[in-house]
Design a protein around this ligand. Structure first.
Ligand code: URA
Length: 267
């Protein structure tokens, strides 16, 4: 193909469609993968695509299942998290935790960015390639959009917002977190919320909403309404990566953020 004669151009094209890894950590049996793909319902198959390639409408993300909650690593995470009385202690506990298999394939543990203890806490899904490389949440394209969304309500992560994720390690090829991964990280995330005591908690996308709210509803139904997590007002809204793919949905996210601003202003 002539237009790909230049190998730099083909790499640029891969990056622009979200293909950011040339090799995985494990060998893949492509014959088996394509047989399995053919046997799976289309919606389930789409959930494992890289974030930039996922279609607009997705099935609700898997919630931590009762079986996953029983795993020994989850019990260990719970007791480690409960023993932390400060955010600094919690960060150290997360960095030292070896119970999540994603850690082995990640370059960095990505915990939070911004002002710890700010009255606005935002929680996303999981680190992507940029976040994994730099060790901070939301520093790639979705993060840049998130910064603009925050600026639109007069907020800035360097001054008055705190940002974290449901997972602390990047899933391979940005696939959706699985139930055991979310169940394992959840005790630490819950402790982070307890220690931060924000005035408003914003959940970015379906994964944090399904993990922290006791509901099976998808993000398009949950967003725009106030929920509660242990007495803290919660606004689920659309994930900035989704907004990059569906710019028209920015209208809805804007409405959600206005509600957040009103709440933060005490209205
Ligand atoms: N998407 C997320 O959910 N979190 C990040 O940190 C980056 C992209």
């Amino acid at each position: 193909m002539d237009q790909f004669a230049d190998s730099g151009a083909i790499l640029d094209w891969y990056l622009s469609v979200g293909v950011d890894e040339a090799i995985g950590e494990l060998p893949i049996d492509r014959f088996e993968a394509s047989r399995a793909q053919a046997a799976r319902p289309a919606a389930v198959a789409s959930a494992s695509a890289p974030a930039a390639l996922r279609p607009a409408f997705q099935p609700p993300p898997p919630r931590p299942s009762p079986a996953a909650e029983q795993a020994p690593a989850v019990a260990n995470a719970r007791s480690l998290a409960a023993a932390c009385d400060t955010i600094a202690a919690l960060e150290a506990a997360i960095r030292g935790f070896e119970g999540c298999p994603l850690k082995a394939g990640a370059a960095n543990t990505v915990i939070a960015d911004g002002v710890a203890g700010a009255d606005l806490l935002l929680i996303g899904e999981a680190p992507g390639a940029d976040e994994d490389r730099l060790g901070k949440p939301f520093v790639g394209r979705a993060g840049q959009l998130l910064d603009r969304m925050l600026a639109a309500i007069g907020r800035d992560r360097t001054r008055d917002a705190y940002i974290a994720n449901i997972l602390f390690w990047r899933p391979p090829a940005n696939r959706k977190p699985d139930p055991i991964e979310t169940a394992t990280c959840k005790p630490f995330v819950e402790r982070l919320i307890q220690l931060s005591q924000p005035k408003v908690l914003v959940l970015l996308g379906g994964t944090p909403a399904a993990t922290l709210l006791a509901t099976t509803e998808g993000i398009t139904r949950l967003r725009g309404r106030w929920h509660e997590w242990n007495g803290i007002p919660v606004m689920p809204t659309l994930h900035p990566a989704y907004l990059l793919r569906q710019p028209l949905a920015k209208r809805d996210a804007w409405r959600d953020l206005l509600a957040v601003r009103r709440r933060l202003d005490g209205h």
